[in-house]
Design a binder for this molecule. Sequence first.
Ligand code: FO1
Length: 317
Amino acid sequence: MRVVCLAGGVGGAKLADGLQQILASGELTVVVNTGDDFEIHSLTICPDHDTVLYTLAGIAERNQGWGLSGETWAVMGQLARLGDETWFRLGDRDLATHLFRTERLRRGDRLTDVALELARSLGVPSQVLPMTDGPVRTRVRTADGWLDFQDYFVRLHQEPDVLEVRFEGAEQAAVSPEVRDAIRSAEAIVVAPSNPIVSIGPILAVPGLLEEIAAARQRGVPSIAVSGIVGGKALRGPADRMLASLGEEPSALGVARRYVAAGLLDAFVLDRQDERLAAEVRALGLRVAATDTVMTDIESRASLARETLSAAEGATS
Ligand code: FO1
């Protein structure tokens, strides 16, 4: 079964790993948010892409959620000694990815080509595609004004309330041929339990992408999302506080409403803890499945992936 999964960082990477475990080689394409991408130390960093890539390659750091396992930090240590900025921590081996990518982008390669080459070199049996090749940069407005996403997320530890979000460059972005072909040949579209605003939001903002999904749904391809909000709390990161400060309900229902408003979905997976919201989600016109969505180990990733695909196919009410 060919599956396209829209994903942000950690939550997206875990479900993508579950899908990769249960699908045949080459059947999974992950379309990854690039709104978090940025430049530091003259290097282009693609955090969500790399989190998904490393996870699917089986080399991700498990507890922290980003970077590589068994990482060392000699370069950061020396940069600190030189008085350079070190709030965004790049491990020694992770730096190789950023050097490789930056060099290829400078010689004119597309971000997608770099991604395909990285996945091939790391032996990843899935496609991990940036949502677009053009630069898109998420910015958030706080009480102190507009901030670059990583300034807000990492440097300021997601502490300020987010009052507005924009995806700079999205209007000029385009769906790549690889993303388009993957959606056109998909048999299911899965929206991972990532932040609906700043992880899935930028993907949906790429002109033409929602239209490709709408055309797939017209052909009968189901589109299903998994809620990343459980019991009113984000599994990770600031999605719950962001939904609230943007005037939306910080719950699985709030997530479902957002995706339905975007015209994205046929079905929705919420956690068993949120089963009382199922009727209201169903009233939005979605099929609903309730299951354990918290992925604590490798097996729970595969079992959520299995439940999600069977809910997508309409096996649940
Ligand atoms: N997240 C942090 O909280 N602190 C870091 O120092 C940090 C470094 C980092 C380096 C490479 C990379 O690919 C990701 C990194 N992240 C770090 C994660 C990341 O920036 C965020 O989790 C995502 O952008 C949100 O999805």
